[in-house]
Design a protein around this ligand. Structure first.
Ligand SMILES: Cc1cc2nc3c(=O)[nH]c(=O)nc-3n(C[C@H](O)[C@H](O)[C@H](O)COP(=O)(O)O)c2cc1C
Length: 540
């Protein structure tokens, strides 16, 4: 089988079905749960200041992020970036158990994503490769670089963030399906960085010029060949950050320079072990990983069509507060409805606009389209709807879905919002059932599945399987924040019966596949849990 056939085989075998879930461990080996925090021993580290509280930017200001005055890219600025993207946002406890939750969500709260700062002199703690250690909110010097050649590679007011992922943290609980979850988590984290950067007056863009091999060298990860122990970090994403004031938003020369200079990095520190016993290796994940190795790519510049300015955001919260209060609801009230303008605003926030935050995170084409199961939105008839995030897909989607779907533009929606009603009816039972019988999908105001343009996208390379999940994760991240901004809550749903959803929609082949589900509504707080502030355990 070629790489595309192998990744499609992985996708097919890791579908959940009502009577047959994807292969998993079948039990929770609590004794050997992976540590969600990695540390590098014997490396010097810098405690990051707790700086995000001082950021005055409102969440609503992010709609005009290009006009936000850039913060300096000093230690305070970089500390705020990590605090709002990856840091602990609260400690929860119940019956003697205590666990951290963070600004970025993660399937099972297992946090497979690790973050790195790749900086020149004058940015954050200075030149080097720095690992973000989340438990104590500090940067560990992982790679020492040869100056001044290293810093000379960076255009003014630019640096990079790299993300890696640890399959074993997720497969410990989810087995074979975990490779998908790792990519969704990467998308969430990348979008968390994009939004945090916007609050600081900076831009952040995925930079595909470096392939997996380059990223392995740049981060000092274990090289191929596979198999590698599942607790090893694997390359994820590279983001270039630049200040709104800089006029070189994306630079291929930086990527080339980083590639050339990675040979001279001197590695410091030993990665901590995450478990006492070796984690089980899932062969299907190894095969997916091998098939979906990402090559270095030329700069892509796919520009979405123009769209009017985003609909008004009702939130008066500061971005830093909203980001840190974001939580997944574990129950919804199955009663409250949300107003129509709120619904339209949430959907409008998913529409990419040329050069505008947050969807300027991606430079490749938009391929994820939410298929909504609307339960309780005032003035919107319950039923199935679809939001087309890239108009070029409309005809294909019409052909792929059931011929009796209505495809009626929603009259009440603003003209520019490509929202179509497909059918009218009560979708509570279907939403619950398709989400592995989870009530959250029925008890919110609406839930959705994210349809990806699937087989046509993969013709560009098996690695695009990862990108599709990353885009879906990024959509999930904006849904979480938009729900919070409107006074509601969201929950990502990784457990769903793939083909049950496809069958209901009439999807027979692999032209479209659902990759991630989500629900939004009025959450019910779990009052049994105690909540403590995020950094009470730090001395600073
Ligand atoms: C990719 C992904 C899949 C998830 N799947 C589910 C799910 O199927 N059911 C659920 O109740 N929560 C799900 N969640 C929510 C996580 O359980 C939640 O993010 C985690 O417990 C951390 O809590 P927080 O989001 O409040 O920080 C998912 C989250 C992510 C990012």
């Amino acid at each position: 089988m070629n790489a595309i056939e192998r990744i499609v085989a992985y996708h097919q075998r890791t579908k959940h079905h009502p009577r047959r879930y994807a292969a998993g461990p079948g039990y929770m080996d609590w004794e050997n749960q992976p540590d969600p925090f990695r540390r590098f021993s014997d490396s010097s580290s810098i405690d990051l200041p707790l700086a995000a509280d001082q950021l005055k930017t409102l969440y609503a200001d992010l709609d005009h992020s290009e006009s936000i005055t850039p913060q300096p890219m000093d230690l305070q600025g970089v500390a705020s970036l990590f605090e709002l993207a990856l840091a602990i946002s609260a400690w929860k406890s119940y019956m003697g158990e205590r666990w951290a939750v963070r600004c970025n969500p993660s399937s099972g709260n297992l946090h497979p994503t690790e973050g790195y700062l790749i900086s020149p002199d004058g940015v954050g703690p200075g030149a080097g490769i720095w690992h973000y250690e989340g438990e104590f909110h500090r940067l560990e010097l992982r790679g020492e670089v040869a100056e001044p050649a290293w810093s000379d590679a960076f255009p003014p007011e630019q640096f990079c963030i790299a993300l890696s992922t640890i399959h074993g943290r997720e497969s410990w609980k989810y087995g074979e399906r975990a490779f998908r979850y790792c990519q969704l988590n990467l998308g969430h984290a990348a979008m968390a960085f994009r939004v945090a950067a916007a609050a600081l007056g900076w831009r952040a863009t995925l930079t595909d010029g470096l392939g997996d091999d380059d990223l392995i060298r740049l981060l000092g990860l274990e090289p191929w060949p596979l198999p590698l122990p599942p607790e090893q970090e694997r390359p994820g994403l590279l983001l270039t950050l630049s200040s709104n004031a800089a006029d070189t938003p994306l630079s291929e020369p930086l990527e080339e320079a980083l590639r050339n200079r990675s040979e001279s990095i001197v590695w410091r520190g030993q990665a901590s072990r995450l478990t006492t016993e070796p984690l089980r290796e899932w062969t299907a994940i190894r095969h997916a990983h091998e098939a979906a190795i990402k090559p270095a790519l030329p700069l892509q510049t796919s520009t979405p069509p123009e769209s009017p300015h985003p609909l008004a955001c009702a939130s008066r919260l500061r971005a830093a507060d909203l980001i840190r209060q974001r939580r997944s609801a574990v129950r919804y009230d199955n009663r409250s409805s949300i107003p129509m303008p709120t619904f339209f605003r949430i959907l409008d926030a998913l529409i990419p606009r040329p050069g505008v935050s947050p969807w300027d995170l991606f430079t490749d084409t938009t391929r994820i389209h939410p298929l909504l199961m609307v339960h309780r939105v005032q003035g919107v008839t319950p039923g199935l709807y679809v939001l087309i995030r890239n108009p070029a897909v409309l005809d294909d989607l019409k052909q792929a879905l059931r011929p009796d779907f209505l495809w009626k533009s929603v009259q009440e929606a603003p003209d520019h919002l490509p929202l179509y009603r497909l059918s009218v009816g009560d979708e509570h039972d279907f939403a619950r059932m398709v989400s592995c019988n989870q009530d959250i999908a029925a008890d919110g105001a609406f839930s959705l599945g994210m349809l990806a343009e699937f087989d046509s996208s993969l013709t560009g390379g098996a690695w695009i399987y990862r990108r599709l999940h990353e885009e879906a994760g990024a959509v999930g991240q904006i849904l979480y924040l938009e729900a919070e901004a409107a006074g509601y809550q969201g929950t990502g749903i990784g457990c769903f019966f793939d083909d049950l959803f496809h069958t209901r929609l009439g999807i027979e082949a692999l032209r479209f596949q659902t990759l991630y589900h989500f629900t939004i509504g009025t959450g019910i707080a779990d009052n049994r849990l105690e909540t403590a502030p995020p950094f009470a355990h730090l001395s600073r």
